[in-house]
Design a binder for this molecule. Structure first.
Ligand SMILES: [Fe+2]
Ligand SMILES: [Fe+2]
Length: 412
């Protein structure tokens, strides 16, 4: 019979204190394994800083990569409803009848363990390991046994109320909590309490960064819908959906791509005069090409408008909006997703080679960019329309990428 420790929590984010708890329990109680069970994200109950269950789970996996016998399990991830420990333990003991389970909690949790939902069912399926971290949480819930009582005294009280097997395991004090770590991350301070892989993941995915928090997009959708013509709104919805699809294809955050798609034409309702006026008022530079074709300005004005009117400050989204008409050198993944989605979204039907470009977009973004730019330039030439120098430069940039990659240019 294997002895399995269960350590649940939001792990927002996981830190060395969690790993130390798992190790202390494993060592002192001779456990074969400790399973970390990051909680799922129940609807209507967001975890602090809206970190998704996927990100919290991934951070746990990174943190235990080099740890032997500490595993991350997704039992609670798969449960969309608020999951209570007694349910998880009942499920585990049924699923693994040959395992003996040990439920690991901190000393602070023990002091209100009797207030949990069905603690009597938790102790029915598992022995309780209380890790004495010698650290009391600041916000002790009502009903908790006061910190004036020693842990042993508190445990005696809990045992009388919820009879079961409890063991206190001592641990080296580690004066850190996830909330303290979150505030350090927000101040861009790396902390030794996070494993480097977890910290890199946080930076790469902009977790805990205020400006990357996703807003509720419904009011923005309603506002844009009220401002633009129906056909324009349908185009915007098409760009949102296409951007979401490409984001899935190229592993980009889907919600960010949708929001950028929604915002990309948010000032398209302003006429030429209004576009120029908008720029003048805010000292936005207007190039010669933009003076000749002021409608090109809606990308620049759109980025500013999105920030002023809708409070969007996410730099990746604003940049994608800003460059969606002409593109630019060194475009980011999101820039390309929005530029391409604008061209291929389902309600578009005029451009030549749409079918091919749509297919290429899901295989090679740079080739799709070059094809779109090439066709746009050709169209402008054929129809004697003025061309912004930015479009030409972007085309040359992507052509160069294809040449360097030894790609065949016959599609251009
Ligand atoms: Fe546009
Ligand atoms: Fe558009």
């Amino acid at each position: 019979m294997s002895r399995i420790g269960i350590l649940g929590g939001t792990f927002n984010p996981i830190h060395r204190g969690h790993i130390a708890m798992a190790k202390a329990a494993m060592e002192k109680m001779h456990l074969d394994e400790v399973w970390l069970l990051p909680s799922g994200t129940p609807p209507h109950k967001e975890v602090e800083d809206e970190i998704s269950s996927f990100d919290r789970y991934t951070m746990c996996e990174l943190a235990v990569k080099k740890e032997e016998h500490i595993l991350v399990k997704d039992f609670e991830q798969r449960c969309l409803l608020p999951n209570y420990s007694y349910k998880t333990l009942a499920y585990l003991s049924k699923k693994y009848p040959n395992h003996q389970f040990f439920f690991i909690i901190g000393d602070d949790s023990l002091r209100y363990f009797h207030e949990w939902v069905h603690p009597e069912l938790i102790v029915k399926h598992a022995d309780i390991i209380v890790i004495n971290r010698k650290k009391l949480e600041n916000n002790i819930p009502s009903g908790a046994i006061s910190g004036d009582k020693s842990l042993q005294e508190a445990m005696d009280i809990v045992v009388r109320r919820v009879p079961g097997h409890y063991t206190i395991v001592e641990m080296e004090p580690m004066d850190i909590s996830s909330s303290e770590i979150r505030s350090l991350i927000k101040k861009h301070c790396e902390t030794e309490y996070l494993c480097p892989e977890v910290y890199s993941y946080i930076l790469e995915h902009h977790l805990y960064e205020e400006k990357y928090k996703m807003p509720d997009i419904r009011p923005i959708m309603l506002d844009i819908k009220a401002n633009v013509k129906t056909s324009r709104y349908l185009h915007i919805l098409g760009v949102m959906d296409t951007a979401a699809n490409l984001a899935m294809r190229y592993s980009y955050p889907v919600e960010m791509a949708r929001l950028a798609g929604l915002l990309h034409d948010c000032t398209k309702h302003l006429d030429a005069e209004e576009q120029i006026k908008f720029c003048k008022k805010r000292n936005i530079e207007v190039t010669e090409g933009e003076r000749i074709s002021p409608q090109l300005l809606h990308s620049k004005t759109g980025a500013v408008y999105a920030s002023e009117k809708y409070g969007i400050h996410n730099p990746e989204i604003l940049h994608a909006v800003r460059v969606h008409t002409t593109g630019c050198e060194n475009m980011s993944l999101l820039d390309k997703i929005i530029f391409i989605s604008d061209y291929i979204e389902p309600s578009r039907d005029k451009a030549p080679r749409l079918k091919e470009i749509r297919a290429v977009s899901y295989q090679d973004l740079d080739l799709a960019m070059a094809m779109i730019l090439s066709d746009t330039i050709q169209y402008l030439k054929d129809n004697d329309k003025s061309m912004d120098i930015g479009t030409l430069k972007t085309y040359e940039y992507f052509k160069e990428i294809l040449i360097r990659g030894g790609q065949d240019l016959t599609l251009l």
